[in-house]
Design a protein around this ligand. Structure first.
Ligand SMILES: Cc1cc2nc3c(=O)[nH]c(=O)nc-3n(C[C@H](O)[C@H](O)[C@H](O)COP(=O)(O)OP(=O)(O)OC[C@H]3O[C@@H](n4cnc5c(N)ncnc54)[C@H](O)[C@@H]3O)c2cc1C
Length: 433
């Protein structure tokens, strides 16, 4: 008996929409299923989108997709309870079209992408929370929802972090979703008129600013970072927390967002802004959170469901990997359709494509990133070190001037970093970051 579709894609996020668009453009009869009442309704990113990969399927995406602002400045810094040290990259290359990156709100972008999938010929059905994969022995042949089975020779799982479909199968043993490899993102959106955003962040109309902070202001042992991004007439603010470090601390995650939001370096930009939206989402980040396999008989897994989020404390990039892996899964599915073969050995092309396009190398090469990112000193001692160091360099105390070597030594002592830790961490930063 024939299948209902050539391919089924589960999840209309960035990865699933990209896959569905490419499949439809390639002439496949594709079904895109989304559990949210509409695509984007359940999605959440910071979010800065590095959208080069989208141009492969939508050459005019940057002009047509509802993006917020094009990025002209990125800030990275350290916060302590009372101070902040930060570095700005004002990159001239980002100021001229085609812009490198845009801030986005997923409710808008994903809904637009799903419409592009529909326009290309895909069947897009929202409000369908797929219950499980339809297994025929070791072979996946579509999905099951509400007692109904929809079949296809290839199913692409693009259902995001904590993929329920993958969790309940051999694709992703639950043990892999460990506290160390899983982060909790909490985000708030504040309305503020465009003119005030431009004045407070020093950007022109249409220009955007994004900042990431290592937040040395959480209770002892809690590790995480904060972000603040400019949208058209809203600000996206949030924290990303190491879940393991939250266990048994007795602190609610919203209190941590509040600490970040109320820090003077942040609060001054949020004055009179009105909270309009908030949400939380898991992030499966890095090599440790990868599934047991990226493909098998009749299935491939893409985007967050495959753990493709690169987050090192300075950047968080997941949407670009979701799009790229979704596209590579789609190309593989198109080739398997031509070959009339969706066996694991045919779909092994997907892994080869993940290698060739740099996705697997990016995650494998940075396998030890967590040694820096989740080094407790990075979240406690180094913010203190940075603020002490720059305080001494940038102020006048009435005493004698000191050479940098002495100033750094004093800051190191004030931050409680031993010389052996400093050496070890320095080597780790150079090697793992
Ligand atoms: C706080 C935060 C900040 C971030 N900031 C950035 C950033 O600045 N830049 C960046 O590039 N990335 C950022 N990311 C990461 C980025 O959001 C993800 O990498 C990206 O959304 C992954 O896309 P995806 O399509 O794989 O998954 P998702 O966007 O999660 O989409 C999965 C889709 O599948 C649907 N779904 C799930 N289960 C089912 C089911 N059973 N049936 C049907 N549908 C289902 C969901 O509703 C959803 O629409 C951030 C993430 C967080 C949480």
């Amino acid at each position: 008996m024939g299948d209902d579709f050539d391919a089924i894609v589960v999840g209309a996020g960035m990865g699933g929409c990209a896959a569905a668009i490419r499949l439809a453009q390639g002439g496949a009869n594709v079904l895109l299923l989304e559990r949210g009442v509409e695509p984007g309704a359940k999605n959440l990113s910071g979010g800065v989108l590095w959208g080069n990969d989208l141009a492969r399927i939508l050459p005019r995406w940057a002009e047509e997709m509802p993006v917020e602002r094009h990025l002209v400045r990125k800030r990275f810094g350290f916060l302590t309870t009372e101070s902040a040290v930060s570095f700005d990259l004002d990159d001239g290359r980002w100021r001229a079209p085609p812009y490198a990156a845009h801030t986005v709100l997923r409710a808008r972008t994903d809904a637009w992408l799903a419409r592009q999938a529909e326009a290309a010929g895909a069947t897009v059905v929202p409000a369908v929370p797929v219950e499980r994969l339809n297994w025929d022995g070791n072979v996946v042949r579509g999905v099951v929802q509400g007692g109904e089975t929809m079949t296809a020779p290839v199913t692409i799982l693009a259902d995001g972090a904590n993929s329920r479909l993958a969790l309940s199968t051999p694709i992703r043993p639950a043990a892999r979703l460990s506290a160390g490899a899983t982060e909790l993102g909490i985000k708030e959106v504040y309305r503020l008129d465009a003119g005030r955003i431009e004045e407070r962040f020093g950007v022109g109309p249409g220009e955007g600013h994004a900042e990431e902070w290592v937040t040395g202001l959480f209770p002892p042992g809690v590790m995480g970072g904060g972000f603040l991004y400019t949208n058209r007439d809203t600000l996206s603010l949030g924290v990303i927390l190491n879940i393991g470090s939250l266990f048994s601390r007795g602190i609610a995650s919203h209190e941590l967002v509040e600490r970040f939001r109320l820090h003077p370096a942040i609060a001054s930009r949020l004055r009179d802004a009105e909270l309009v939206e908030y949400g939380a989402k898991l992030i499966s980040s890095g090599w440790a959170s990868r599934p047991a396999a990226f493909h098998g008989d009749g299935w491939m897994v893409a985007g967050d469901a495959a753990g493709f989020v690169f987050s090192n404390g300075i950047v968080i990039q997941g949407m670009n990997y979701a799009v790229r892996s979704g596209l590579e899964a789609a190309e593989t599915a198109l080739a398997s359709r031509t070959a009339k073969d969706a066996s694991a050995s045919r779909l092994a092309e997907y892994d080869a494509r993940l290698e060739r396009t740099g996705i697997l190398p990016d995650f494998r090469d940075f396998e030890s990133l967590d040694r820096v990112k989740w080094n407790l000193r990075f979240h406690t001692a180094y913010p203190r070190f940075a603020t002490e160091l720059f305080h001494a360099l940038m102020s006048e105390s009435g005493g004698r001037k000191q050479h940098l070597r002495r100033v750094a030594r004093t800051a190191q002592r004030a931050a409680g970093i031993s010389s052996s830790d400093l050496l070890r961490d320095g080597l780790s930063f150079l090697r793992d970051l």
